[in-house]
Design a protein around this ligand. Sequence first.
Ligand code: PGA
Length: 242
Amino acid sequence: MKITNLGTRANASFYVACELYKQMSQQSHSKLGLATGGTMVDMYQFLVDLLHKNQLDVSHIETFNLDEYVGLDAQHDQSYHSYMNQVLFKQYPNFNPSLTHVPNGNADDLNVEAQRYEDLINQQGPVDIQILGIGENGHIGFNEPGTDINSATHVVNLTESTIHANSRYFDNENEVPKQAISMGLSTILKAQRIILLAFGEKKRAAIEQLTQNEVNSEIPASILHAHPNVEIYVDDEAAPKS
Ligand code: PGA
C-alpha cells in the first residue's frame, strides 16, 4: 500500500480522474467501483471534463457504487443515486443507465437486495478500479469499525460519528438515515486495483492509522493491507505526520 501526497485536492482529484479516464479509454467494457461523498466531487468534475473533451464512448462501461442510504427515495436529493446523477451520469449522458448500479436502499427486503447486489458484482466483476473515500473513523463504503473482514454486501447500522459527519449534507442530524446498504469489506477486496482519496486535516488520523501496516477490524480501511494493488492519494492536510 502506497500513500502519496499530491499536495492539493485539485492535483489528486485530477490525477485520479485521469486514471479512471485511462482505464475507460483503454478498455471500453471496463467495470468501475464508484464512491460518493464530498471528497469525490472535484474528481468527477475533472472526469466529466476529460470525457467531454475527448468524446469518449462510455456506453459499455459498467459502474457499481459502494453504498446507498436506507429509506431515501432514489430521487431524494441526498440519495447516492441523486449524487451520481448530478456529478456524473447527467453530466455525461452517454453512460447506459442499465449499466450504472447503485444499491436500492428502498427495497422491500433489504437483505434480499444486499444479496442481489453482491451476486451482480460477482457475476459482472471483477471491478477493474475501485475508488474509495475514507471516514474519519476509518470506514470504507459504510463498513463501520468492527465490521467483519469477510463481509459481503450487507445492511449497516451507521455509527453516531458517521451520522454526525454526514449531517452537513442534511437540514439537521435527525434527517440523516440510520442505516445503509454497503458493499462489504470482502466485496471491496475483489477489485483488481483500489484507489483511495483523502483530503483535509479531519482525515489525517485515519490515514496515519493505515501507515501502521496491520489489519485491525477497528479501522476498516486497514483491510486494504490485505490487497496487493492499493494506492492512496492525499493532500498536504491529510498526509501522515508520524
Ligand atoms: P466524505 O465521505 O468524502 O464526504 O468525507 C467519505 C466517507 O465517509 O467515506
